[in-house]
Design a protein around this ligand. Structure first.
Ligand SMILES: Nc1ncnc2c1ncn2[C@@H]1O[C@H](COP(=O)(O)OP(=O)(O)O)[C@@H](O)[C@H]1O
Ligand SMILES: [Mg+2]
Length: 166
């Protein structure tokens, strides 16, 4: 996993815009693993990402906390997973996680850090954390694999607020 950038978002709208920019850049078969506490902004980022992938803006993207997997059709299919309530990694097999990763859509996983050994080896990883101001969040971006690194670097280059790592 290579460190790519530290980004700062100062509002939910800004996090969505960051997600949208990433959604425009993602390529078929790529995966994004999201980490960070409840309320850190993972779903907010995915909401923007969906828009960037061309998912119908009238679709409201929410955490698939109970369903584990939501899928939305866009320029590429978005497979959106949330592992918050996952008890056993075997459930991932049942839900078709491997098919998502092998297919030509984009797979985005909230709470991937709960099951690190199940994470796809090549991925963009975004860890969101609460920052000083109430509506501020830090996004630590890392990536592994040539294609994912390229997209992550392009994304970071577009981001309005790249901050120094702490
Ligand atoms: N800069 C920010 N980025 C994202 N969300 C923010 C930000 N500032 C405040 N918020 C709020 O934090 C909450 C994030 O919720 P959500 O995206 O569902 O988090 P998670 O999926 O990580 O649990 C929302 O209520 C959102 O309005
Ligand atoms: Mg969420």
């Amino acid at each position: 996993m290579e460190r790519v950038a530290h980004l700062l978002s100062e509002s939910p709208e800004e996090t969505e815009l960051l997600g949208e920019a990433l959604g425009r850049l993602l390529e078929a078969g790529q995966a994004v693993a999201l980490a960070g506490e409840l309320g850190a902004g993972k779903t907010c980022l995915v909401r923007g990402l969906a828009r960037g992938l061309g998912v119908d803006p009238s679709v409201y993207v929410s955490s698939p906390t109970f369903t584990l997997l939501n899928q939305h059709q866009g320029r590429l299919t978005l497979h959106h997973l949330d592992l918050y309530r996952l008890g056993d990694p075997d459930e991932l097999v049942e839900v078709g996680f491997d098919d998502c990763l092998r297919g030509d859509g984009v797979t985005v996983i909230e709470w991937m850090d709960r099951f690190p050994s199940e994470a796809p080896p090549e991925r963009i990883e975004v860890t969101l954390a609460f920052a000083e101001a109430e509506d501020a969040r830090r996004l630590e971006v890392r990536a592994s694999g040539e294609g994912h690194l390229r997209v992550a670097r392009r994304w970071a280059a577009l981001a309005p607020r790249v901050v120094a790592p702490r």
